[in-house]
Write a protein that binds this ligand. Sequence first.
Ligand code: AMP
Length: 540
Amino acid sequence: MLQPGLMMDRPLLVSDVIEHGAAQFGDVEVVSRETHGPLFRYTYAQCAARARKLANALKQLGLEPGKAVGSIAWNNHRHLEAYYAVSGSGMVMHTCNPRLHPQQLIYIINHAEDSVVLFDSTFAPLVKAVAAHCPKVNAWICMSEAANMPVIEGVANVLCYEDLIAPHSEQFVWPQFDERSGAALCYTSGTTGNPKGVLYSQRAIVLSAMSASMPGSVSLSPKETILPVVPMFHINAWCLPYAAPMSGAKLVLPGPRLDGASLYELMEAEKVTVSAGVPTIWLSLLQHVEQNGLRFSTMRRTGVGGSAMPAALISKFADNYDVEVRHGWGMTETTAVATIGCISATQMNLPAAEQHAIIAKQGKSVYGIEIKIVDENGATLPRDGVAQGELMVRGHWILTGYYKGESSPLVDGWFPTGDIATIEPSGIMQIRDRAKDVIKTGGEWISSIDLENAAMGHPAVANAAVIGVKHPKWDERPLLFIVRKPGQTVEREEILAFLTERVAKWWVPDDVVFLDALPVGGTGKVQKADLRKEYGGVFS
Ligand code: AMP
């Protein structure tokens, strides 16, 4: 018979993370770029105090555990306070991606049943566009002080964050509850149809943040200053806003300024040692540094993921700037980092180019996560670095089902990622392709099927297909193929103008190619591989 362990059974709760930060690293700084420009700075102790004030304010607004609170916001200190106040109170922090088309934003706010939505003033026009269509939102809280409040005509229930929390106490007793309760919600913007919600548990977030802090991952400690460029509205910013106070690292939040010059300036001014973001961000940062003959005084390591980090960029960071890249893989469904690469003691003796080639792959699964690849029949493929199959993942912070979803996406307890990968005998995984034809642009997804559907809505269009074409800055941009209806004369400009009215601006294809027919395969499907072969070069 098994012996019961004689250890306390304390739940892993998000509120304990900020209270730990406040108690153990109370004087460690959080530096945040305000939406209107200046830098704001305070400590983890002050952050915790203001999170408690917000928790009191939300309670007074009538919000109860289990309710959802939306955010449309940059990486900044008020968003950080909301992360803790909302999840710490047992409510669900629903981070909305402001880059979604307003229709999709309306969909996710309504689907999540957000009771209030916190937003940065940058997104006031978005709030104006969606508010009338979100009947369950009782208040729109602008994360600002009174002096910088935007005027939003036609939206009645707009509150000022600072005015809202000002009268409230810094004392709040965080409720204790089941660690498996929902803490945060993030919608995927992939493939086709409506976005799907991933509801992260308190436990998943805490474990994932602990994992991200480990030395082989992003690696955080009181010696480090971390600047997460990965947005807090996308996959919990890889749980770094939790990992930083957990491990005592100083936290620097860049607000809306994500261009190379602003990031460099912030890194230097705040002595940032480690960062994290998508390759596109690092491309523009490096361009700025190179063009101006600059050096990093303190930056030594960066986590990169979201799309593949080219080996050339890894080499540039390492060889020219002494910055180590940790290349990771994850998806909305995996809470944060699931695999990450780190050069081992034995690999350190390899020539630099070989080390960079290793890091260009997506690394090993972290403790708590398992990966495998399977063929189209679900049979496990060998870890030989050659066999390619669909990447399957399971572990402590992998979803079991989509929020309000009807059927489970799991296959034998594993989540099928839709990515095609190889795994080497050593465990190093490499993403080879995407099973779907989603287009990755600047770290965000464009659904080729949605774009095709929109184009097909034009009365002169008989058929349409979209592929991603390599782009030096954005990673990929969409290229649209159109087959005109017989006798129709529609041209490029008209099609693009038509799409501009129907999809987000950054979804509008960079170019249109008119064909007599699309290549169709044996099962009647458009052969995008053929289109890619002929047209998949590089957009300039
Ligand atoms: P999202 O859910 O929007 O974060 O997108 C997740 C998808 O991004 C994954 O399924 C991959 O297709 C892709 N992805 C994430 N990280 C990487 C990486 N390091 N290399 C290549 N693709 C990646």
